[in-house]
Design a protein around this ligand. Structure first.
Ligand code: GUN
Ligand code: ZN
Length: 432
């Protein structure tokens, strides 16, 4: 990890970090009213009460009365869609054809990709997100742009070029062979460099021939430690079209299963309209389901069944899915997530919500030993939040008495205005 300073520094504030899932135990988090995080060489060296950690002459940053949490983690987002977000009037398949594929075609231009990668990371950091798992465009240069921009900021970033060889636009098609070769070259170039992780990225079954899913499966077999990201059962018309392309499959999930694409490192975006068999198979293989609430509402896709997946033992994450999603803010994502689950008759408690956006998403990504907590040895990736950031929030705050109430206010009314600072490996990164 990039070392930001020779000397330890103390970051002071109200420190909150989850070490367990609040749905499973009452002892799920540590909260320090006058806490501090000792940061050295990009990592948390110690966390505790300020009075215990302070030393004469040590550099200090005082964020009181704000909350210090682990940086948000966004496990499903499309970096070439920064200029697709807020495109009107379509559901998934039309939205892809009319807006998304033409926009992604522009990433053939390396200069455009570099500018968008920079803008994308600026948006993440503005919104308190320190790690994302991103889809690139079909062009390997899009991943080069994303990874070099992330590397220069010291960010833990996951991503991959989308593999897509049919049913889009010729300008954004590769082939089974070129997608294999280009993905492999990107893995060889980037994997393990800085804090970067290559994600094998077949876009979804509609845009891949069986030959291409076999190529993705071959990569997964050659690089079993790498994540795989794709989309699953987002929209009813998508599911019908998918099943018509793979008539031999039992269901949508079975397509990916047949090509060796399931497992604890596999991230299935959306995963809304699932049969009991699919849910059971996801649990059995350890395959992750990623909830994308703002996108699922915006594209009219459907309501994620968090309680059903949890009961079956499926590990889930929660993500923005920009540009189908409508905000980079994980706070707004939790806000919309709360509403989706309300429509399902389920409740998203603020402790569960903030656990999900931090340690929960780290777990979904298989990175729970590295990010998502403020604890000794973890990366010093943190967000500082102000629950009185707007006048409306300050007004509501007057009647708030508990930490849970304060977190819920942040979850419902917060966005980038509530992000006071974002630290990446101990370095202050909030733009502006
Ligand atoms: N399915 C395949 N590609 C995409 C995408 O870019 N966004 C969403 N929301 N779903 C998809
Ligand atoms: Zn997506």
């Amino acid at each position: 990890m990039k070392s930001n300073t020779e000397n330890p520094r103390l970051i002071r504030g109200r420190v909150l970090s989850f070490h367990a899932d609040p749905a499973e135990t009452e002892d799920a988090f540590t909260y320090l009213e006058d806490g501090a995080v000792l940061v050295q060489d990009g990592r948390v060296a110690a966390v505790g009460d300020y009075a215990d950690l302070r030393r004469d002459g040590m550099a200090e940053i005082d964020h009181r009365p704000h909350l210090i949490l682990p940086g948000f983690i966004d496990p499903h987002i499309h970096f070439p869609q920064v200029q697709v977000i807020a495109s009107w009037g379509a559901q998934l398949l039309d939205w892809l054809q009319n807006y998304t594929f033409p926009e992604e075609a522009r990433f053939a231009d390396d200069a455009h990709a570099a500018r968008m990668a920079d803008a994308f990371l600026t948006q993440l950091l503005t919104h308190g997100t320190t790690t994302a798992c991103a889809f690139g465009s079909v062009h390997p240069g899009s991943v080069d742009a994303l990874f070099s921009a992330a590397e220069s900021r010291g960010m833990a970033m996951l991503g991959g070029k989308v593999m897509m060889d049919r049913n889009a636009l010729p300008a954004v098609h590769d082939t089974a062979q070129t997608s294999y070769d280009e993905s492999k070259a990107l893995i060889e170039r980037w994997q393990g460099r800085g804090r970067l992780t290559y994600a094998i990225t077949p876009r979804f079954a509609i845009t891949s021939t069986p030959e291409q899913l076999a190529a993705a499966g071959a990569l997964a077999a050659e690089y079993p430690h790498l994540p795989i990201q794709t989309h699953l059962s987002e929209n009813l018309a998508e599911i019908d079209f998918t099943l018509s392309l793979y008539p031999e499959a039992r269901d949508y999930l079975d397509i990916y299963d047949r090509f060796g694409l399931l497992g604890p490192r596999s991230l299935m975006g959306h995963a809304i309209h699932l049969s009991d068999r699919e849910v059971a198979r996801m649990a059995e293989t350890g395959t992750r389901a990623i909830f994308c609430p703002t996108s699922n509402l915006f594209l009219g896709s459907g309501l994620f069944d968090e309680a059903g997946l949890r009961k079956a033992g499926v590990v889930t994450g929660v993500a923005t899915d920009v540009g189908g999603g409508t905000s980079y803010s994980m706070l707004q994502t939790l806000n919309e997530g709360y509403k989706v689950l309300q429509l399902r008759g389920q409740n998203l408690h603020p402790f569960a919500a903030f656990h999900w956006a931090t340690r929960g998403n780290a777990k979904a990504l298989g990175m729970e030993g590295e990010i998502g907590r403020i604890a000794p040895g973890f990366a010093a990736d943190m967000v500082v939040l102000d629950s009185r950031a707007t006048s409306a929030m300050a007004l509501r705050s007057e009647r708030i008495e508990t930490l849970a109430e304060e977190l819920f206010l942040l979850q419902v009314m917060g966005d980038d205005r509530a992000v006071v600072q974002t630290y990446v490996a101990g370095q202050a990164m909030k733009p502006g």
